[in-house]
Design a protein around this ligand. Structure first.
Ligand SMILES: NC(=O)C1=CN([C@@H]2O[C@H](COP(=O)(O)OP(=O)(O)OC[C@H]3O[C@@H](n4cnc5c(N)ncnc54)[C@H](O)[C@@H]3O)[C@@H](O)[C@H]2O)C=CC1
Ligand SMILES: O=C(CO)COP(=O)(O)O
Length: 325
């Protein structure tokens, strides 16, 4: 069977969970980690306790320090701001001719680039696919039911990869709007910060629901203006992930937003909240596209810490009235 040997780059929460999903789908997985102690723990005890506690990993997973010979499919699962460094470390020749599934949700600081654009620069001979959607690492690794979007421009290969990763509890839906899926995945983290802040500030469930609906509208304007498909919005990577990340304290972005709403400082080096780095990039992107994005602007104000959440919300409520249709 094709795509028997999968390599996952990055042995954090998401990389380990995706390795487990691929193993449960019947693949042999090499989980590439940079930390020797993590490699030893995975191979000896079948756990990655720093990220997934006592959860037992499949025997089909082996951890390694580098990409193995014979790899047929690569999954990149390092934080969005680390993707360039990880890809450069792997080297363009090692990735030549291989499909690479990008799973980080973020836009690159400074360059404003999406993950697939970074891949094109670092490894022009690789073929980009994007995996996104509502999926907490702990749920995926524990075999709880999860459905995601797998996007790629080659329809046949997208479906082959989806089939290779599909298991009893992990269901990828193939799609072709790679740009749209990447953008919604990155931008939902920014809105998750906002929704968490509303909860942290005690502004109520009605405010949070309104915010999710207006975030959905704003996301639609941004994605379509950038060249993505409106259909992507209503799918797993759009509505699905926006719903998950904007309503659950299990989301690190939502939980970071809650702390901001309580006026607590940002925690440098704390749990990864990709929306913090993506918010200014999203604002620059919206301005470049000429798209009105008041919620992205509001999150940037919140992150600047100069204005209180109450003042930010008052400003949003005082905007000129608009039609919804
Ligand atoms: N945790 C989750 O539930 C989900 C995470 N994601 C996305 O996956 C990406 C990674 O997130 P997590 O795994 O949760 O983060 P994490 O903080 O749990 O782990 C990140 C891992 O990347 C490794 N790493 C960092 N720089 C590296 C480099 N240059 N080379 C090799 N390894 C490197 C770190 O050592 C660490 O093991 C993020 O973009 C996140 O948005 C997507 C869906 C679900
Ligand atoms: O993307 C995720 C779930 O789909 C994980 O969200 P957080 O990065 O906010 O924890």
């Amino acid at each position: 069977m094709p795509l028997e040997r999968v390599a996952v780059i990055g042995a954090g929460a998401w990389g380990t969970a995706l390795a487990q999903a691929a193993a449960m789908a019947g693949r042999y997985v090499s989980l590439v980690a940079r930390n020797e102690a993590v490699i030893a723990e995975i191979n000896a005890r079948r756990t990655n306790s720093a990220y997934l506690g006592a959860l037992q990993l499949s025997d089909r997973i082996s951890a390694a320090p580098a990409l193995a010979e014979g790899t047929e499919l690569v999954i990149l699962a390092v934080p969005a701001q680390a993707s360039r460094k990880a890809l450069t470390g792997l080297g363009a020749s090692a990735l030549e001719g291989l499909p690479v599934v990008l799973s980080a949700k973020g836009l690159e600081t400074g360059t404003l680039l999406r993950q697939s654009e970074i891949l094109a620069q670092c490894a022009p001979g690789a073929r980009a696919y994007v995996l996104s959607g509502p999926s907490f690492a702990h749920d995926v690794a524990a075999g709880r039911p999860t459905a995601v979007t797998l996007a790629g421009s080659d329809r046949e290969e997208t479906e082959t990869i989806a089939a290779a990763l599909a298991g009893p509890s992990f269901r990828p839906y193939a799609a072709d709007d790679l740009l749209g899926v990447e953008l919604v995945g990155a931008l939902k983290n920014v809105y998750a910060l906002a929704c968490g802040a509303v909860e942290g500030a005690g502004l109520g469930a009605s405010a949070r629901a309104a915010l999710i609906a207006r975030a959905y509208a704003e996301l639609g304007r941004l994605v379509v203006a950038a060249g993505g498909s409106a259909q992507t919005l209503g799918g797993l990577a759009g509505l699905g992930d926006l719903t998950l990340s904007c309503t659950s304290a299990q989301s690190r972005n939502y939980s970071q937003g809650m702390a901001l709403g309580r006026d607590e400082p940002l925690r440098p080096g704390g749990a990864l909240a990709e929306g913090v780095a993506t918010a200014p990039v999203a604002q620059a992107m919206a301005r470049r596209l000429g798209v009105d994005a008041p919620l992205v602007d509001a999150v940037n104000l919140l992150l600047d810490r100069d204005v209180s959440i109450t003042q930010i919300l008052s400003g949003l409520m005082a905007r000129p009235l608009k039609r919804e249709d």
